[in-house]
Design a binder for this molecule. Structure first.
Ligand code: PLP
Length: 432
C-alpha cells in the first residue's frame, strides 16, 4: 500500500512511513493510492464471517505486500475485542452501537489498530517508540486504553489541569504500565505547544524515537471502515441502505466512503453535524468556508475546519457533483438535539447520547424525503459519557457501565508540570 499526500499527489510514501509519521512533510494527509474492490465471494459470504474476519479481509485487500497475513491477523485480533451491534429503533431507523470498547466511544477502534500497527512497525528498532499526545479529554482516553501494555511503545499524555472531567482524568491517569500522565498547569493549547516543541527539539530526538497519535493518522482511519461492513451484515436487505454519520473531523464518514469504494452497496451517506456545519453547507453551495468552532452539547463534533474534508474530496477527484451524489448533509442545534433525545426515549425507550441524537434527527429528516430507504446511524459514544446532559434532558437516571463506574475508585497518578518548555524537556531527559 503506497500513500500520497492530499497536498501533493506526487509525494508518495509506504505504509510504515505514513503510520509512524502521521502527517506528510507538506502537511497534507496520507491517502491510499489505490483502493481495491473486494471480491464478490467476500460479499456473498459476509453473513457467515466474524467481525475479526471482516476486519482482516478489508485490511489485507488494502495493505497487501506491506505486512504479512499473520501479522495483519494479529493486528485485527488486537483491535476487534468488542462488538458493534445494530439495534433497531423504528421500522426504518437502526443504530450501529460503537461504544462497547474500553473508553466507550468509537475512537477505541482507531486507537487500538494504530497502537498495534505502530508496535509492529517499530519491532526490532533500537529504541522503543514514545508517543507524545496532548488531549482535551476524549482522544486521550481512547489512546491510553489503545496503547495500554502494547510492546515497543510508551505513551506520555499531557492534559490541562482542572479542565477535563474527573472520569476523563482517571481514564488518563489510572492505567500505569506504559502510560504516563503529565498534568500541565495551563490550557489544552499549552499542552499542544509543548508537544509540538518537543518534536522539533534535537536533544529530545537524539534520546527518544518520538511519534504522535494524531487523529489524522491513516492507521486510525482504516479500521473505521470495518464496522460499515459489520453493520451491513446485520441490516435488513429489502431496502436501499443509507448510513448516517454524526461528524466533527469527518474521519468516520471518510472511512464509510472508503468502504463504499471497496464495493459495499451503500445507497447514500448522511453527513450529520451540529451548528459546526461547514460540510453540510459545502454540500449545498459548493463553497467550503471554515469557521471558528462553536461550543455545543455534542462537543466532540465542535470542529470548524474538519481536517478529513480534503480526504473526502480526493475520493471524488475534487468533484463536487460526484461527492453530492453519495453524500447529503443535515445539521441541527442544541435545542433540537435535546428534543430528539427526549422524544426517542419517550417513544422508543432508546437512550441517545447528544452525538447519536444528531444522527437520529438527520435520519428522520432524510427519510421525510427518501421514504423508501433504511437509515442506520452511528451511535458514536455511550450516553453515560455525557451523564449530566442526558439525565437532565430525558429526566431519568441511566445506568453507567461498570468499566466507566469503577474508575471512580481508581488511583490517579500524574506528574505535575508547568507550561515551561525547558522544564518539560528536562523532565523528559531525566526520566530516561
Ligand atoms: C470524535 C467523535 C465524533 C466525530 O467523529 P469524526 O470522525 O471526527 O467526524 C463524534 N462523536 C463522538 C462521541 C466522538 O468522540
Amino acid at each position: 500500500m503506497k500513500l500520497y499526500s492530499t497536498n501533493d499527489t506526487n509525494n508518495v510514501v509506504d505504509l510504515k512511513t505514513a503510520v509512524l509519521k502521521s502527517l506528510a512533510s507538506d502537511r497534507g494527509l496520507y491517502m491510499p493510492q489505490f483502493i481495491p474492490k473486494l471480491k464478490e465471494s467476500f460479499f456473498n459470504t459476509l453473513d457467515t464471517q466474524s467481525f475479526q474476519e471482516i476486519a482482516f479481509q478489508v485490511s489485507a485487500a488494502l495493505m497487501e505486500n506491506y505486512i504479512s497475513a499473520n501479522d495483519l491477523m494479529k493486528v485485527c485480533r488486537d483491535t476487534i475485542q468488542f462488538t458493534a451491534p445494530v439495534k433497531h429503533i423504528t421500522n426504518n431507523i437502526s443504530t450501529l452501537e460503537l461504544f462497547h470498547g474500553p473508553s466507550l466511544a468509537f475512537k477505541d477502534f482507531g486507537a487500538r489498530y494504530m497502537a498495534s500497527l505502530m508496535s509492529h512497525f517499530n519491532k526490532g528498532a533500537d529504541k522503543k517508540l514514545t508517543i507524545l499526545v496532548a488531549t482535551s479529554g476524549d482522544t486521550g482516553g481512547a489512546v491510553a486504553a489503545g496503547f495500554y501494555k502494547v510492546p515497543n511503545v510508551e505513551v506520555i499524555i499531557l492534559y490541562p489541569s482542572g479542565r477535563v472531567s474527573p472520569l476523563q482524568e482517571k481514564q488518563l491517569t489510572a492505567l500505569g504500565e506504559n502510560i504516563e500522565a503529565l498534568e500541565i498547569d495551563g490550557s489544552f493549547d499549552d499542552c499542544q505547544s509543548l508537544v509540538k516543541s518537543a518534536f522539533l527539539d534535537d536533544d529530545l530526538n537524539r534520546v527518544y524515537a518520538l511519534s504522535s497519535a494524531n487523529s489524522i493518522n491513516i492507521a486510525r482511519l482504516i479500521p473505521q471502515s470495518f464496522y460499515y461492513f459489520e453493520a451491513f451484515k446485520q441490516l435488513p436487505k429489502n431496502k436501499p441502505i443509507v448510513f448516517c454519520v454524526p461528524s466533527g473531523n469527518f474521519g468516520n464518514l471518510t472511512a464509510g466512503l472508503i468502504a463504499k469504494k471497496m464495493g459495499l452497496p451503500v445507497h447514500q451517506f448522511i453527513a450529520a453535524t451540529n451548528l459546526n456545519n461547514v460540510v453540510p453547507q459545502y454540500l449545498k453551495s459548493g463553497k467550503f468556508l471554515p469557521m471558528e468552532s462553536i461550543a455545543t452539547i455534542s462537543n466532540a463534533m465542535d470542529v470548524g475546519n474538519p481536517s478529513n474534508f480534503q480526504r473526502m474530496l480526493k475520493l471524488y477527484q475534487d468533484d463536487w457533483n460526484a461527492l453530492t451524489q453519495d453524500v447529503v448533509g443535515y445539521f441541527c442545534d442544541d435545542q433540537t438535539t435535546r428534543s430528539t433525545m427526549l422524544k426517542t426515549y419517550t417513544n422508543h425507550r432508546y437512550v441517545l447520547d447528544p452525538h447519536g441524537a444528531i444522527g437520529f434527527k438527520a435520519a428522520e429528516d432524510y427519510l421525510a424525503h427518501h421514504p423508501n430507504t433504511h437509515v442506520c446511524f452511528l451511535e458514536t459514544a455511550h450516553p453515560s459519557k455525557f451523564l449530566d446532559v442526558v439525565e437532565n434532558t430525558i429526566k431519568s437516571k441511566i445506568k453507567v457501565p461498570q468499566r466507566l463506574a469503577r474508575l471512580e475508585n481508581e488511583k490517579k497518578v500524574a506528574t505535575q508540570l508547568d507550561k515551561n518548555f525547558g522544564n518539560f524537556k528536562s523532565f523528559l531527559l531525566t526520566r530516561k
